[in-house]
Structures are given as structure tokens and as C-alpha cells.
Design a protein around this ligand. Structure first.
Ligand code: GLA
Ligand code: ZN
Length: 666
């Protein structure tokens, strides 16, 4: 592939249209100094490229691309359709999106469009046709970047055009109106539809009366599919005009965003790329970053993939926006690479001086180049260049974690047993426990093949279709180990309860039967008989083949099992029926790992991240020290970061990093 040139890419969004021409030469010189290899150009340039319906202005973009090609910088060229120009929505107000209250949203920010609108779609495809024709053979072109963060601001439009599209989608999914009635359980609350055209998107209903949950769920599926259709339409134009040049769009793989079903999306991308922004208020955001990188690698089917955006330092959109500390940018970048990224890019190359993002950091800060940030940028570019040998190598793991955006959607529907059950919570908790142990984790889709794994984590898989339990069952009988956490297997794909006792789909696998949930009140904590504690959730659980491992001491169901272990066939199925505290989760996970025969990447201590990438006989051990103290990890080879041979162990300073090319010292 054009972008996959045996190097790690470094760069970011580059918006020269925000700057006078005389800055461009300096941009190129500085990008060159920083070792930038890839610039994402034109993401929000529609209004500049097409200032009026019948007027296109490509001259400036020609000049920018020619300049970048001359400076040896590759381009990830945007289709510029991320935000329609004002003339388009002025001429076609119906191209603006409608919210669930029925209000049309106004232009003036970005991503204000209804994805069903013909004016929007025709306009976007006409622009892509021109861009594809003009730049397909441009020497700077490395890949195409369609749209931007689909679903970030407008994930669902509730207009009448979308309503009509929804009905067509429902017919494809459920056959006819009777099929919809069955799937949505419309016998409830007098919701039965007698004709398709009575069906609407889940618009705002009377206070306290929740819209039909399956209607909400199907609308999320429809909305994700609809945006994906837009992506595919642009991609197909580019494939036709520019064969061989890979097409991507930047996902938002974060445990704080769930508007799209990325398993479905990933199949349509030539290169998977994602944006990841730290949550600066979360002291464990670096662990989330590792998890999201593992997720992105899963979407890329093992890799390679690109980190398309993050902030070089501060963002502007959190309530408080601290700068990154010295060394953090390098650690953040190497962490992505450690988890399989073959490129690290940021938003954006030069910090803006006007507009809503002027306080967002850039590679080139407002203060200029005599700054710590710029010096760190230049050092990072050099380091990524020296790490080029890891490009194309893979991360290996014997642990899989099952993750599903649709289960997340189901889990966050209204009127559930407890508002405190958050889909990402247990996934993050178990991933963190594994991360602390130095165990590498792959993230897989429900129902994916589990060949080659020893341990599979199934957190809060509330909604599952019928295909998932048999895969887990066969995996365990064949000798695998599985751990399922509470509020899993509860409903089918239509959000209908699986009856006969919870956790419906996984009852037999786990050898338990739950009669009733017993969620805890806000702030309530129960004691466990292993000395630990738990909150949020308990349940009235009966053993049906499993053995109890931990029991509740108090709370609503004292004496009942809280953690169970079911020996089944040649394997083991664990069930964690409550929200165990951090130390208890860590203890349990350590035991599961040991029983499953899973080995850590390297012996490390909590907060010292270890990952290994391999290619054939070569391997690289990444050590990322997120703690305040120096850390030592056993390995032998050469640390590419310091250039120093390593014999027996490498010591990494507080906040520091090492990448050891393993083998005899060079
Ligand atoms: C997102 C967008 C960018 C920019 C950054 C700011 O990632 O894709 O255009 O708005 O956020 O953090
Ligand atoms: Zn619409």
C-alpha cells in the first residue's frame, strides 16, 4: 500500500487555508525539521475549494500539495466533506439536521448536515469526483481521508427524509410491519403499528415515558449504517478514480464515544485509523489509551493501523485543559506504536489563531519554536524515524476481550435496573488488571474466532445474538478459560429478555442461575468473604454446576456467591456477578491468568507498561514508565531510544520510555 512504506508516519492535520501564503514555506521547513512524513490536508476546506455552487478553486491546494511533495512530505488528502459550506445549506435548508425535538439545527459550527439529504450527498460526491480526478496521480498523495470523525456532532438526524430511510431499513431487517411489531414488542403501551408509514424515528416523547427501546436501538443501527453508506459512496468514487491509493476515515475509538458500530465500519476501510484524546481529568487515561489502541488494532484485524489524531499538548474542549508534562508526548506516541500503530499524527500542525480551536495545541505552538513543546516535537520526529524498523510488525496476545458497540447501545437504554451500570466500566477494569500484570490483550468482536487464545474476557455483554454463547461454550470445552461479568447475556438482538433465569445466554456456560437482580443504592458497598468489597450490583444467584469462589458477607444477598468458577469440559468459565473493587479485581484476574497459563509480556510492576511487537524472528520490547519512579524490566538487546546496549535488564526513568530490539546486544 502507498502509505505503508516501512516507516512509522508522523504528522498531523495541516490547515494552510487558515493562513496567508507567506506562512506556507515556513510550515514546510518546520515540518521537515520535525521529521513530518504525513500531512492530512483539507479536512474542513469545502468552502475554500468550492466557494460557490458553480465555482471551484483548486489553485491553492495545487500549490500546497506541490510544495509538500517537493519537501518530501506525503499527504493524506481529505475529501473536504466534513462540513458543508454556508451556500449549500442556505440554498438547501433541508440539508441541515433535525434533532429529536424536531428542531432544525443551524449552521455556523461544523458537521451540520442530514446524511439523508440529496443536496448534501450530491454536493459531497461532486466535490469528491473533482478531487479524485485532479489529485489521483499527485506525487504527494499517500491516502485519502473521507469525512472526519463521522457521528461526532451529528450522529442521528430525526427529519422526515431520515424517517423514510429508516422505514426502508426496517423492512430490510424485519421484513414487514408485522416483523417490526414483533421485534419492537409493540404489544406494550398500545404501540402496535398497522402500517409502515406510521413508524417514526424515536423523537422526543412525553416526560418520563420512554420511547420504545428496540426502536431506539434500531435507530442507532440505522444511523450508523446510514453514515457508513455515505463513507462507502465517497470511497467508491476514490477507488474508481484513484485505484491502489488506500482510503480511510478517522474513527473515534474511545470509551467516551459510541455513536458508530465500528466492527461494521472497519470492514469497509483500506486502512483503519483512529483519533484518541486523553481525558485530562482521568488519572487512568493512559490505561484507557492502551485499551483503545488494542481496540483499534482489533478493528484493523491485527494491524497495521494509524493513530490519526491526538493533541500534542492541551486540547481546548475539556472543562480544564492542562498542557502535557515534559516527556508525555513521547510516551503517548510510543504507547500507540507499542500497541501496533504504524503512525502517530496529531491535530494539528500549526496552532490556529482564530476560530473555536485557537486554544488547542499544535505541533507549532503560538509561542513559536523556541519552546519546550517544539523541541519535544523535533525529538519525537527523530525517534519515530529511528523506530521505522518496527513498521509492519505485530503484537501477539493470548488474551482476548470481547467488545461490542451494539451491546453498549443496549446497555445504556433507559429504565434499566441501575443507572450505575456503565458498559465500558468492567471492560476498563479488567483490561486495567491485565495491563498492570503486563499481559497483552487483543480486542475482538462477539462471535469472533477464539483460536489461539487462552483466556477470554466478556465484560457486560448485555445484548448478544444467539451465535455468541456457542462459540464461548466450544472454546471452554476445548480447554479455554472465560470470564463473564454481570449484566451479560440478558437480552437478544431485539432487546428481548432471555427467560429462564439470568444471565440468559450464558447460564449454562457459567453453571449459575440468577433469580433476581439486587442492585445497590448510591454509595452502598458490600463486603466480600475474601476481604474485598464491591458496589453497584449484586444478584440472587444459585449455583447450577459452578463452585462458589467468593461470597457476599452482607448487603441484600448475604451468603450468596459473588464470584463463581465452572469447570466445563477441559476449560473453566468464571462469573463475576458484582462490581469488585480494584484490588479484588486484580487478585481475581491474577488467578485467572495463572490458571489459564497466560504469560505476561515481561515481568513488570503496576504503571510500568510493557508490550512486544514481533516480525519473524525479530522482536521489540516497549517499556513505558507511567510512574514517578525509575523502573527496571528484564531484557537484552539494544534500546533504540537511548541507543545503548542492554544486557539483562533495562532501567527506564520516571515517565521515560525504552524500545529494546531484543536479541544479543548490538
Ligand atoms: C477532533 C477533530 C479535529 C479537532 C480535534 C480537536 O479530533 O477531528 O478536527 O476538532 O478534535 O481536539
Ligand atoms: Zn435527516
Amino acid at each position: 500500500m502507498a502509505w505503508d512504506s516501512g516507516r512509522l508516519h508522523f504528522g498531523g492535520d495541516y490547515n494552510p487555508d487558515q493562513w496567508p501564503r507567506d506562512v506556507w514555506a515556513e510550515d514546510r521547513r518546520l515540518m521537515h525539521d520535525a521529521g513530518v512524513t504525513l500531512a492530512t490536508v483539507g479536512v474542513f476546506s469545502w468552502a475554500h475549494l468550492q466557494p460557490a455552487p458553480d465555482r471551484y478553486e483548486f489553485g491553492w491546494l495545487d500549490e500546497v500539495l506541490d510544495g509538500l511533495a517537493g519537501a518530501g512530505i506525503g499527504v493524506d488528502l481529505a475529501t473536504a466533506t466534513a462540513s458543508p459550506p454556508p451556500w449549500l445549506t442556505t440554498a438547501h435548508p433541508e440539508a441541515l439536521p433535525v434533532d429529536r425535538e424536531g428542531h432544525r439545527r443551524w449552521p455556523g459550527a461544523r458537521q451540520a448536515y442530514c446524511p439523508s439529504s440529496a443536496a448534501w450527498r450530491d454536493g459531497a460526491l461532486a466535490l469528491v469526483e473533482r478531487l479524485g480526478t485532479r489529485y489521483a496521480g499527485h506525487p504527494a498523495l499517500r491516502m485519502w481521508h473521507v469525512g472526519n470523525e463521522y457521528g461526532c456532532h451529528t450522529s442521528r438526524c430525526y427529519c422526515d427524509t431520515c424517517a423514510a430511510g429508516f422505514r426502508d431499513w426496517l423492512v430490510r431487517r424485519h421484513g414487514d410491519v408485522d416483523g417490526v411489531n414483533r421485534a419492537w414488542g409493540t404489544a406494550f403501551w398500545s404501540q402496535r403499528y398497522s402500517a409502515l408509514d406510521e413508524i417514526l424515528p424515536p423523537r422526543l416523547t412525553p416526560d418520563g415515558a420512554w420511547a420504545n427501546p428496540t426502536q431506539q436501538l434500531d435507530y442507532r443501527r440505522f444511523a450508523s449504517d446510514l453514515l457508513l453508506e455515505e463513507f462507502v459512496a465517497e470511497r467508491d468514487v476514490l477507488h474508481r478514480l484513484s485505484p491502489g491509493v488506500p482510503v480511510t476515515t478517522n474513527f473515534m475509538v474511545m470509551t467516551r464515544f459510541n455513536q458508530l458500530d465500528y466492527w461494521a465500519w472497519a470492514r469497509e476501510l483500506d486502512v483503519v485509523s483512529t483519533d484518541y484524546y486523553p481525558d485530562f481529568a482521568d488519572p487512568l487515561t493512559h490505561v484507557e489509551a492502551a485499551f483503545c489502541a488494542d481496540m483499534t488494532r482489533g478493528l484493523a484485524d491485527g494491524g497495521p493501523w494509524l493513530l490519526m489524531e491526538t493533541s500534542p499538548s492541551a486540547v481546548n474542549w475539556q472543562p480544564r485543559n492542562p498542557a502535557k508534562r515534559p516527556g508525555q508526548l513521547r510516551r503517548d506516541a510510543l504507547q500507540q506504536v507499542a500497541h501496533g500503530a504504524d503512525g502517530f499524527n496529531v491535530f494539528q500542525v500549526r496552532a490556529s489563531v482564530a476560530g473555536a480551536e485557537k486554544f488547542h495545541s499544535g505541533l507549532i505552538p503560538h509561542a513559536g519554536t523556541d519552546t519546550r513543546l517544539w523541541r519535544e516535537v523535533v525529538e519525537l520526529g527523530d525517534l519515530l524515524d529511528r523506530l521505522g524498523e518496527v513498521a509492519g510488525s505485530r503484537v501477539e496476545s493470548s488474551v482476548a476481550l470481547v467488545w461490542d458497540w451494539q451491546a453498549w447501545w443496549g446497555c445504556e437504554l433507559d429504565s434499566h435496573p441501575s443507572v450505575d451500570v456503565a458498559y465500558p466500566d468492567r471492560a476498563r477494569a479488567f483490561h486495567r488488571a491485565l495491563w498492570d500484570l503486563g499481559v497483552a490483550v487483543d480486542v475482538v468482536a462477539p462471535g469472533a474466532s477464539l483460536d489461539g487464545y487462552d483466556l477470554v474476557v466478556v465484560p457486560t455483554l448485555y445484548l448478544v445474538d444467539d451465535s455468541v454463547a456457542p462459540v464461548l461454550d466450544a472454546f471452554v470445552r476445548g480447554g479455554g478459560h472465560v470470564v463473564v461479568t454481570y449484566f451479560s447475556g440478558i437480552v437478544d438482538a431485539d432487546d428481548h429478555i432471555r427467560t429462564g433465569g439470568y444471565p440468559g445466554a450464558f447460564r449454562e456456560l457459567l453453571g449459575v442461575l440468577v433469580e433476581e437482580f439486587a442492585p445497590l443504592l448510591a454509595g452502598e458497598r458490600v463486603m466480600l468473604d475474601d476481604g474485598g468489597s464491591a458496589d453497584v450490583w449484586t444478584e440472587d444467584l444459585r449455583l447450577a454446576g459452578a463452585e462458589p469462589v467468593v461470597r457476599y458477607v452482607d448487603g441484600p444477598v448475604p451468603g450468596r456467591p459473588a464470584v463463581t468458577r465452572h469447570a466445563l469440559g477441559d476449560g473453566v468459565a468464571w462469573y463475576v456477578a458484582t462490581r469488585t473493587d480494584v484490588a479484588t479485581t486484580a487478585r481475581l484476574v491474577a488467578r485467572m491468568v495463572e490458571e489459564a497459563g497466560v504469560r505476561p509480556v515481561a515481568a513488570s510492576s503496576p504503571g510500568v507498561e510493557v508490550q512486544r511487537r514481533r516480525a519473524g524472528a525479530a522482536s521489540w520490547l516497549f517499556v513505558l514508565n507511567h510512574t514517578d519512579a525509575a523502573a527496571t524490566v528484564a531484557t537484552t538487546g539494544t534500546d533504540i531510544v537511548s541507543g545503548v546496549p542492554v544486557s539483562g535488564s533495562v532501567t527506564v526513568p520516571a515517565g521515560g520510555v525504552a524500545v529494546v530490539r531484543e536479541g544479543g546486544p548490538a
